[in-house]
Design a protein around this ligand. Structure first.
Ligand SMILES: C[S@@+](CC[C@H](N)C(=O)[O-])C[C@H]1O[C@@H](n2cnc3c(N)ncnc32)[C@H](O)[C@@H]1O
Length: 334
């Protein structure tokens, strides 16, 4: 286990993942009844962008840093930035959402400097209400300890040093019978995609009404296609696919299958996506792709069904995919 998310926090992959996470949690908050949030690969919870790891890679410079202090351009992005601002308030970091226990308060992203980037458990903790619950799995000992410290003494949260896929068996279904599962593995294992398909099948079997989301990189076209084909055939209905790519697309013919390729973007699959999630994403992603594009060919987005919502829908339709490369020419990034 060599992966440390501190090197990658706030990169374009995190922007997409956490933007979607906030939309999903806000959807769950619309009903009064409590919900459960389960995360299989939680990370340490909060990242210092001035620390050595983040400074060495500078990945946040091509992600959150480009969005900070700029007009958000969509309600979804505004909400995501507002939550990050709670952790960047002149040293009053923390942010406790509805249960204001004096560890932070909402603030205006434009007025604060960006030093800390919240991980997914911290976005979720900020959005939990008094009776909602969160269960986090993190296997790495140091990350697990850091995560425990980050969530603090919060009776709504359980932190477990446990393999995330075993966490699906241990904690599903939740007693609330409504909620969200996020699977965000580091993709270090050669069989990670197989484990992910099995994990999603198991989670869906145990918690058929639950929203399940999984993040994965757009790197090599062959493993990506094999994973999506295998998931499409896994017997799980209603899977929305979302992509944000910021670098030029891979040329499948030029790709040497033995050479690791750089990441050009990332995707999420979402089982049981809330009604109109696709609309919110279609409003947010074109502007985001334009602003995060690293070159003229970069800046692509897509929102489509990997598995049809209804039998009549086309599987894998790319009708709503888009590219903002041309628009990217008109704007220079900071
Ligand atoms: C991509 S990071 C998670 C980032 C986090 N979800 C976020 O968005 O803030 C993946 C994490 O999984 C942890 N990990 C690796 N293998 C694991 C396993 N089998 N079970 C649980 N956690 C694992 C790593 O230590 C790492 O912290």
């Amino acid at each position: 286990m060599n992966y440390r998310h501190a090197f990658h926090a706030g990169n374009p992959g995190d922007v997409l993942k956490h933007l979607v996470l906030v939309l999903l949690l806000d959807h769950l908050r619309r009903k009064d009844s409590p919900f459960a949030y389960l995360e299989t690969h939680a990370g340490r919870g909060l990242y210092d962008l001035a620390a050595d790891a983040a400074s060495r890679t500078g990945e946040h410079e091509s992600g959150i840093r480009r969005l900070w202090g700029e007009p958000p351009g969509s309600p979804a992005l505004a909400r995501y930035l507002e939550i990050i601002a709670r952790f960047n308030d002149g040293g009053r970091d923390g942010g406790d959402g509805d249960r204001d226990r004096g560890r932070g308060r909402p603030s205006d992203a434009a007025a604060t400097s960006l030093r800390h980037y919240p991980g997914s458990p911290t976005f979720a903790q900020a959005l939990l209400r008094a009776d909602d619950r969160m269960t986090l799995c993190e296997l790495h000992p140091e990350e697990h300890q850091a995560l425990r410290r980050q969530v603090g003494d919060d009776p709504r949260v359980g932190v477990h040093r446990l393999d995330g896929y075993n966490g699906l068996k241990a904690f599903l279904p939740p007693k609330e019978r409504r909620g969200l599962v996020l699977i965000d593995p580091p993709y270090e294992r050669p069989d990670e995609y197989d484990a992910l398909v099995r994990g999603l099948q198991l989670a869906h079997r145990r918690f058929p009404a639950g929203i399940l989301a999984a993040w994965y990189p757009v790197k090599r076209s062959a493993p990506l296609r094999a994973f999506e084909a295998s998931l499409a055939a896994a017997g799980i209905p209603k899977i929305l696919r979302v992509e944000l790519s910021t670098r030029a697309d891979l040329d499948p013919k030029a790709a040497d299958p033995d050479t690791p390729e750089r990441m050009v973007g990332s995707r999420l699959v979402i089982v049981n996506p809330p009604w109109r999630l696709d609309e919110s994403l279609r409003a947010a992603l074109p502007g985001l792709a334009r602003r995060l594009a690293s070159d003229e060919q970069g800046g692509r987005w897509r929102v489509d069904w990997l598995v049809a919502e209804r039998p009549a829908d086309a599987t894998g339709s790319s009708a709503h995919a888009g590219s903002s490369a041309r628009a990217g020419k008109r704007r220079r990034h900071r």
